[in-house]
Design a protein around this ligand. Sequence first.
Ligand SMILES: [Ca+2]
Length: 77
Amino acid sequence: MASEQAKFEAFFKNADKDGSGSLTFDELAQTLRNSGYKGSDETLKNYFSNADISGDGIVTFDEYMVAMGQVPPEQHK
Ligand SMILES: [Ca+2]
């Protein structure tokens, strides 16, 4: 679904405050909170670390799209 993907891309760009092309935990958490997310910090941390495939503490656009189910994980190298 192209429109779904565009929505995810828009969210990512909105969350990427410094335009670095990757999201820190703070950027992601703040953006989700701003959009009305009410879950616990623990849930946010789990969500973030699931998305952070390489485990380097930032979520790149590629990692984000994999996490959103837009790209099959086996294509992410
Ligand atoms: Ca990463």
